[in-house]
Design a protein around this ligand. Sequence first.
Ligand SMILES: Cc1cc2nc3c(=O)[nH]c(=O)nc-3n(C[C@H](O)[C@H](O)[C@H](O)COP(=O)(O)OP(=O)(O)OC[C@H]3O[C@@H](n4cnc5c(N)ncnc54)[C@H](O)[C@@H]3O)c2cc1C
Length: 403
Amino acid sequence: MRTQVGIIGAGPAGLMLSHLLHRQGIESVVLEAHTRQYVEQRVRAGVLEQNTTELLIETGVGARLQKEGLVHRGIELSFAGERHRIDFQDLIGRSITVYGQQEVIKDLIAARVTAGGQIYFEARGISLEGLDGPTPAIRFEADGERRELHCDFIAGCDGSHGISRASIPEGALQTFERIYPFAWLGILAEAPPASEEIIYTYHERGFALFSMRSPQITRLYLQCAPDEDIALWPDERIWQELHTRMGTRDGWRPSEGPILQKGVTGVRSLVTEPMQYGRLFLAGDSAHIVPPTGAKGMNLAIADVRVLAKGLAAFYASGSRKLLDEYSTTCLSRVWKVQRFSWWMTSMLHRCDTGDGFDHRRQLAELDYVTSSRAAAASLAENYVGLPMEGTTPRANTCEIVR
Ligand SMILES: Cc1cc2nc3c(=O)[nH]c(=O)nc-3n(C[C@H](O)[C@H](O)[C@H](O)COP(=O)(O)OP(=O)(O)OC[C@H]3O[C@@H](n4cnc5c(N)ncnc54)[C@H](O)[C@@H]3O)c2cc1C
C-alpha cells in the first residue's frame, strides 16, 4: 500500500490532520488501534479554545458544534466560600465553547468517511521502518492480514502511550517532565448543570472543578491522591466531598444525579524535544502532556497539526521543506507557553501541603490578586481562551461565530 502521509492514531490530532490534508488535496491513511465505537464514546476533554472552534467551523466540520456547543463568556474562581467571575467577554472580547472531545471525534470521522478517507480501526502490531530515509513505512495488521504502508511522511498522533515516540532511537529526543503529587477523581453525572459556567474551586481539602458536557450532563472533578483507590469512593462519598469543597456561602452547590462514569487520572507535564525525527512528526499527546487544569490538551493537539498540515501543504506545492524543518520550533514555542499556563493554574488551585501554611496563604493571595486586578484577570482570560495561532490575529468572539 502507498499513501502520502501515514497517520498513527484517530484522536483529535490524527483525524484533524487527515481532514486538513484532504482539504489540500493530500492523501493520508489513518491507523487506529481501537474500534470506531470505542474512540467515539471515549469521554475526555470538553473545552474548545476559540482557535479550535474557528478551525472546525471554517473547515466544514462545525455544523453540530454550532447547534449543540455551549458558548461560555467566562469562568468562575471559587475560594474562601465566595465565587468570583473572570469575564472573558469584557476582558478580551473572546470566549470558549464547551463541546465534548468525543463529539469532535464523531464529526471528524463522519467527515473523513464521507470524503472517502481511509481509516483502519483495530489496526494491530504497528511498527515503523526507515524513519531516517526517504520512504518510511508502517507495518500493521488489519482484518486478519499483515500489511505494509509506504509513505512520504509519518505523523505520530498516537497519544502518550503510543509507539511513535518509542520508535525514535534513544538519545535523539530530550524529555522534560513534571509529575504532580496528586491526581483527579472525575465523574460524569446525569444532572443538569447547576451553573452555566465552569467553576474552579480552591479549598483547604483540595481542588474541585465543576464543568459540564451538555444541558443534561455535569462533569465534576476532585483533587485526590495519585494512587487513590476508586473503590473507596462510593457515590455518596463523592457527592459529600464535592458539596464540602464547592459549596459557597450563598448556598450554591452542584446538583446531584446518577453517576454514569468515574475514574482517576494522573496529573503531569511532559514535553519532548524536538517533535520530529527524520520523516516522523509527533503531534498532540505523543509529544507533550499538560495537566488538565488549563483545559489545553485537545487544543494543543489541534494546534500542532495545523502547523504540520501547513508544512506538508508547502512541501507538496513547492518541494520546500522549510516549514517542515521548522515544525518543532514553531510548535514548541506555543507548547511551552501552554505548559506554563497549565502549571500556573495547577499550582494556584491545588493543595500541595508543605505543612507550614505558607503555600496556602500564598495561593489565597494569588486568587485574591487574579480576581481583583483587571490586568491579572486579562492574562488568565487570554491564555484560557487561547493564545493567537502564529500568523493570525485574534478575531471577534465565538458567540458571533457559533450562533
Ligand atoms: C483519561 C483522560 C482524560 C482526559 N481528560 C481531559 C480533560 O478533562 N480536559 C482536558 O483538557 N484534557 C483532558 N485530557 C487530555 C486530552 O483528551 C488529550 O490531550 C487529547 O486527547 C490529545 O489528543 P491526541 O489526538 O494527541 O491523542 P489521543 O486523543 O490520545 O489519541 C491518540 C489515538 O491513538 C490511538 N493509539 C494509541 N496507540 C496506538 C497504536 N500503537 N497504534 C494505533 N493507534 C494507537 C489511541 O487509541 C487514540 O485513539 C484527558 C486525557 C486522558 C487520557
